[in-house]
Design a protein. Structure first.
Length: 299
């Protein structure tokens, strides 16, 4: 999921041409040697901290290289799970970028998306919603509604709306993102349909949700095959949904089919995890149908 999916840290590399230079190229009284190959994440974070400090001292906090260095440090914090510090640094980088470069600068755009994704990861969805909404507004103005980056921002906003219980707004934006996506047969559309299905499910529209999941299942069957983790995962979602809707026979069949495929591909570690989850769900389905012997066989 675009956001269920989060790729904000990956977008840190999107600052090509704007990334901070190695500290050894900055004119100052001292330089910070880069970490050696294989350095620990904490060592790399320490290097980025020192690099940022040197840029701020030498160039000032609102120089574009200082802003990029702060973004890079925040991205590293996010990668190693230091979310509170990451958010603080992204917020400062965004404030400086808006002030020095403007809201429509590409660097501001990347930092805001990084911040929104990190807030999502920290489950601070109300705050994330504000930034996804601003990203969408900026990208619609600059690139139009059908640009990939605009669709991604709309998907991020839709996901934030779903997570904050604004389900009608979530459905509206997921549907608009699907309509605007320039690659209707691509992987992103699959993720959008899963997000739309989750929003419909939360609204109690189980059959509409199931329709979306079945479309994703069919597309992944063609693209990836029946034993791929992504295919099995959407079948798990579909089976759970059918059981929640009271369609026990259909849900059980879906889970049985997925479980059978998973057993033949258990050498894949991701499939092994899904196999255990499918096994538990299938046992619960059997119990709900009064098939205690079948459920006991899965213990």
């Amino acid at each position: 999921m675009v956001s269920a999916v989060w790729d904000a840290v990956k977008r840190a590399s999107g600052l090509s041409g704007l990334l901070a230079r190695p500290a050894s190229t900055v004119r100052s009284g001292a330089t910070v040697p880069p970490p050696v190959a294989g350095a620990t994440p904490s060592a790399r974070a320490a290097w980025l901290e020192q690099t940022l400090q040197e840029y701020v001292t030498t160039l000032g906090p609102q120089h574009h290289r200082s802003i990029a260095a702060r973004n890079n440090l925040a991205a590293k914090y996010a990668q190693v799970g230091r979310r509170t510090e990451a958010i603080s640094q992204f917020e400062r980088a965004l404030e400086d970028s808006v002030s020095a470069l403007g809201e429509d600068d590409p660097q501001t755009d990347v930092i805001r998306e990084n911040l929104a994704g990190t807030l999502d990861d920290a489950r601070r969805y109300e705050e994330a919603t504000h930034h996804w909404l601003e990203l969408l507004r900026q990208r619609e103005q600059r690139f139009g509604p059908r640009d990939v980056s605009t669709v991604q921002a709309r998907a991020g906003l839709a996901t934030a709306y779903r997570r904050t219980g604004q389900l009608d707004s979530a459905v509206t934006h997921f549907e608009r993102a699907l309509a605007d996506d320039p690659d209707p047969g691509g992987e992103r559309v699959e993720s959008l349909r899963v997000g739309l299905a989750l929003a419909h499910r939360a609204s109690g529209r189980f059959e509409t949700a199931a329709q979306q999941l079945r479309m994703v299942q069919a597309q992944r069957m063609r693209r990836l095959g029946p034993r791929h983790p992504d295919t099995l995962s959407v079948q798990l979602h579909l089976g759970r949904l059918q059981l929640t809707a009271g369609r026990f026979a259909a849900g059980t069949r879906t889970l049985e089919q997925a479980y059978g495929e998973a057993l033949t591909a258990s050498d894949d570690p991701d499939v092994r995890v899904l196999t255990m989850r499918l096994r538990r769900e299938l046992a619960q389905a059997y119990r709900a149908m009064g098939r205690e012997r079948a459920a006991a066989a899965l213990r």
